[in-house]
Write a protein that binds this ligand. Structure first.
Ligand code: NI
Length: 281
C-alpha cells in the first residue's frame, strides 16, 4: 500500500534536577503569603522532573532527532546547567517579576529549548502529584493535580435481576459491594498569571477539588451515600463524568477551564474524559 506524506512522530526525553524556590509576593505579609501559597511561601526544595517532547518526520537515519545527543545536550545546556541546584527565583529574568511555578517554569524552559528543538510539549513534574504542561500556545498552559479517595460501589442496573446483573458486570455485581482506592487527576487550562506564574494557585485548586468532590466521595458507599448514584451505576466512566460535571463550574471561579479528568479505578483500569470543548469528542 502506498504511504502518504512523511508521518510526524513524537519522541520524548526525561531529565531531573534539584531546585529550591519561594512563592511569596512582596505586597503581602508573611501570614498572607502563607495562607495563599502554603509551604511554598517558605523556601522548599524540590526534585523537578522534566519531559521534553519533540516531533517531526523520521529521517534517513531512523530518527526524528537524536535524543541521546541533540535533545540531551540541549537540556543539559539550557536547563540543567543554569537550574540544577539553583534557587529558581534568582536564576532567569522571567522570575524577577513572576514566581517560578510549574507552569511558568515549563513556559520559560520552552522558550530556551525552542531555539534548537522542534518542541511539541514541555512537562514539568513539580511534585509526584502536581505537574504542568506547556505546548507553545501563547501564555496558556495546563496544570494537573492528582488526589485520591477510597470508596465502595456495586455495579448493578436497577430493575434487572441478580442473574442479569452478574451477566453484565460479573462479580462487581455482588450484592454487598466492594471497594477501590481511586486516584483522580484533574487537569485545568488557563493563562499563566504574570505575577504568580500560575494557571491556578495550588492551595486554592487542591482545596476546591477536595471540598467540591473528594469530601463527598471519600469513605462512602457510592450507591447509597451519593444521591447521584442512586439511579446511575457508579462505574469508573460514570464517576469520571460526575467529577467533570461537579468541578467544571466551580473551577471557573479560579479563572480556569476544566480540561481533563483521569480516574484510576485500579492501576490497570483507567478512565479519561475531557472538559467541554476539549479533546476529540
Ligand atoms: Ni469495582
Amino acid at each position: 500500500m502506498a504511504r502518504g506524506g512523511a508521518a510526524r512522530v513524537a519522541v520524548s526525553r526525561y531529565a531531573e534536577f534539584a531546585v529550591s524556590y519561594c512563592h511569596r509576593l512582596p505586597e503581602l505579609d508573611g501570614v498572607q503569603n502563607g495562607v495563599r501559597f502554603g509551604a511554598a511561601a517558605r523556601s522548599p526544595g524540590a526534585t523537578v522532573g522534566l519531559w521534553v517532547t519533540v516531533a517531526g518526520p523520521v529521517d534517513a537515519y531512523g530518527m526524528v532527532v537524536n535524543l541521546s545527543t541533540v535533545v540531551k545536550g540541549a537540556i543539559a545546556r539550557e536547563v540543567l546547567g543554569p537550574l540544577d541546584g539553583a534557587y529558581l527565583n534568582d536564576v532567569w529574568p522571567e522570575f524577577e517579576t513572576m514566581l517560578p511555578a510549574p507552569e511558568s517554569l515549563a513556559w520559560a524552559i520552552w522558550r530556551r529549548l525552542a531555539r534548537s528543538l522542534d518542541l511539541v510539549r514541555v512537562r514539568v513534574q513539580w511534585r509526584p502529584t502536581v505537574w504542568a504542561d506547556y505546548g507553545g500556545e501563547g501564555m496558556d498552559a495546563l496544570l494537573t493535580i492528582e488526589t485520591q479517595f477510597c470508596a465502595a460501589h456495586r455495579l448493578s442496573m436497577p430493575g434487572l435481576s441478580l442473574e442479569e446483573n452478574y451477566a453484565i458486570y460479573g462479580k462487581c455485581a455482588r450484592p454487598s459491594g466492594h471497594g477501590h482506592n481511586y486516584k483522580l487527576a484533574v487537569t485545568v487550562r488557563g493563562p499563566i498569571d504574570p505575577r504568580t506564574g500560575m494557571v491556578a494557585e495550588l492551595v486554592a485548586f487542591e482545596r476546591l477539588v477536595n471540598e467540591v468532590l473528594v469530601e463527598e466521595l471519600d469513605h462512602s458507599f457510592l450507591n447509597a451515600d451519593v444521591p447521584h448514584f442512586a439511579m446511575v451505576v457508579p462505574t469508573a466512566e460514570n464517576i469520571a463524568l460526575y467529577a467533570r460535571d461537579r468541578l467544571a463550574e466551580p473551577l471557573r471561579s479560579l479563572g480556569v477551564e476544566l480540561y481533563k479528568i483521569r480516574l484510576y479505578e485500579t492501576d490497570k483500569n483507567v478512565c479519561e474524559v475531557y472538559g467541554e470543548g476539549y479533546g476529540k469528542d
